[in-house]
Design a protein around this ligand. Structure first.
Ligand SMILES: C[S@@+](CC[C@H](N)C(=O)[O-])C[C@H]1O[C@@H](n2cnc3c(N)ncnc32)[C@H](O)[C@@H]1O
Ligand SMILES: Nc1nc2[nH]cc(C(=O)O)c2c(=O)[nH]1
Ligand code: SF4
Ligand SMILES: [Mg+2]
Length: 237
């Protein structure tokens, strides 16, 4: 059984490597982290566990097909941390029907089904999250992906995060790199309509662009969370 916080879409992927692509999101319930600025606490905080549905892979697949009208597209597994659950069966089922699976995870738990993803999006957490990355676990995630496409996506709030991200990028010179400004006004878990400070986010975005370009750091693609610019903190988009 899978613990599912929400399944929604099609919408556009708002972040990183496949930004703008039509996507159905499967948001897993439960996370081994609790980032200081997490924007999906309703899928993390166990206080909201009662809102997570227990579903079989067949039931999740049926909902993906219903939402997409049976027309294959990219399915993004997110959360929470999808890597603490068994998504191998769903991925196998979906791929035989022509669906493609991406997955977002912080890189704390490796799963053999990472090898079936296109792409695996690894999003190690910077100092502002208050988490410290276990790089052995992170490397195990990269190894588990094997030949599957994998990318790095890092959220940056401040100078310390920026310096940390540059170090991470040096450590993984062969991985496509995406950086995004943090949303300092993430929604509280019980209020998906909470105000978002778009001006503040755009100021941080501009700061991040200026800083990277001034440093001649040309390897990252620098993107905002497009869905936040369009829909704010709204859930299910
Ligand atoms: C909600 S997480 C779920 C997947 C996984 N737990 C992870 O962190 O990668 C999806 C993406 O949103 C990013 N994110 C979460 N809160 C954010 C915030 N306040 N501002 C910008 N990005 C955020 C995460 O860093 C991650 O890249
Ligand atoms: N449109 C849209 N794009 C996203 N990219 C990553 C998301 C996430 O919460 O994992 C997300 C999300 O929730 N919505
Ligand atoms: S790892 Fe991802 S889902 Fe978990 S608390 Fe951090 S941002 Fe939220
Ligand atoms: Mg999100």
């Amino acid at each position: 059984m899978l613990r599912i916080s929400e399944i929604f879409g099609p919408t556009i992927q708002g972040e990183g490597a496949v930004i703008g692509q039509p996507t159905v999101f499967v948001r897993a319930g439960g996370c081994d982290y609790r980032c200081a600025w997490c924007d999906t606490l309703h899928a993390v905080d166990t206080e909201y566990r009662h809102t997570w549905a227990k579903m079989t892979s067949e039931e999740v697949m049926a909902e993906i097909e219903r939402l997409s009208g049976g027309v294959p597209l990219t399915v993004s597994l997110s959360g929470g941390n999808p890597a603490i659950q068994q998504f191998g069966e769903l991925i196998e089922m979906g791929k035989t029907k022509g669906y493609r699976f991406a997955c977002e995870t912080q890189g704390s738990v490796a799963k053999d089904w990472f090898a079936e993803l296109d792409p695996l999006i690894l999003s190690p957490k910077p100092p502002s999250s208050k988490h410290v990355v276990d790089w052995d676990q992170f490397d195990a995630c990269i190894a588990a992906a094997g030949d599957a496409p994998r990318v790095l996506k890092m959220v940056i709030f401040d100078d310390r995060d920026y310096d940390w991200a540059r170090d991470v990028a040096r450590r993984y010179p062969d991985m496509p790199l995406y950086i995004q400004p943090g949303n300092h006004t993430p929604p509280p878990p019980d209020d998906d309509d909470a105000e978002v400070d778009i001006d503040g986010i755009m100021t941080r975005y501009e700061w991040l662009i200026d800083k990277a370009l001034a440093d001649h750091w040309y390897t990252p693609t620098i993107l905002p969370q497009l869905h936040v610019l369009i829909w704010g903190n709204k859930r299910g988009v």
